[in-house]
Design a protein around this ligand. Structure first.
Ligand code: NI
Length: 225
């Protein structure tokens, strides 16, 4: 499942983020790529350990981690530290797969889902589509600023060359409590059903209680905390 989520729809926040991006320091993206991705990665990565990088990470983390649609679709157990990348001057990220495991020691995690949060307006750059090849389908996505695209880490994906302007995105990975993508999708469908039924049924109605019970019991059956 590839899902587009409107993560930031507030112009003021987008404006503040856009100013914060100008304070970042950039370095060659190949330094943070896995061995196979390194040969196809042509972009820059923001330094996230200086004051500007830390401030931006602190600002973006709750926007992403507390998003209710993302939480329902991904059932996150753990997030990777956020990264911010910039692609310009014909830079691109050729077809690759993300590392299955990231981090070390206590921080080690499995990557189930990858996400890209677009931070620049699509009108300000040429190219730069995120292309995801999943389940025999290919989707090319160029999101609005503030739009987050969630896709399976298991997919082959790429970023097309940016021939004009600069594409800046925040990227990260999620380890899910629900390892199986099909089970995760069923839980997401049921969660969406629950949200729509809440509009017409009272909280204590037998239908909603049964649905609450089924969602909770499926989580018990499938969840790996
Ligand atoms: Ni990737």
């Amino acid at each position: 499942m590839i899902l587009s989520i409107s993560a930031i729809d507030n112009e003021e926040t987008l404006g503040e983020l856009s100013e914060a991006l100008q304070r970042l320091t950039w370095r060659d993206g190949r330094a943070t790529a896995g061995a196979t991705a390194r040969s196809v990665k042509r972009n820059e990565q923001a330094v996230m350990t200086d004051a500007a990088g830390k401030a931006l990470r602190e600002r973006l983390t709750p926007i992403i981690a507390d998003n209710p649609v993302l939480k329902a679709a991904a059932r996150p157990r753990r997030f990777s530290p956020l990264m911010v990348s910039r692609t310009q001057d014909a830079g691109h990220y050729g077809a690759h797969v993300d590392n299955a495991m990231m981090g070390k020691g206590d921080q080690q995690m499995r990557t189930d889902l990858s996400f890209t949060l677009f931070l620049t307006d699509p009108e300000t750059y040429e190219g730069g589509e995120l292309v995801v090849h999943a389940a025999g389908m290919t989707q090319a996505i160029k999101g609005q600023a503030g739009e987050l695209v969630l896709y399976p880490s298991a997919s082959i994906h790429e970023v097309r060359p940016v021939t004009q302007g600069a594409r800046i995105v925040c990227v990260g990975w999620i380890e899910s409590l629900i390892r199986d993508p099909a089970q995760r999708e069923m839980l997401f469908d049921l969660e969406n059903l629950r949200v729509s039924l809440r509009a017409s049924l009272s909280a204590g109605s037998p239908e909603l209680l049964t649905l609450d019970k089924s969602i909770a019991n499926l989580l018990r059956m499938w969840g790996e905390p």
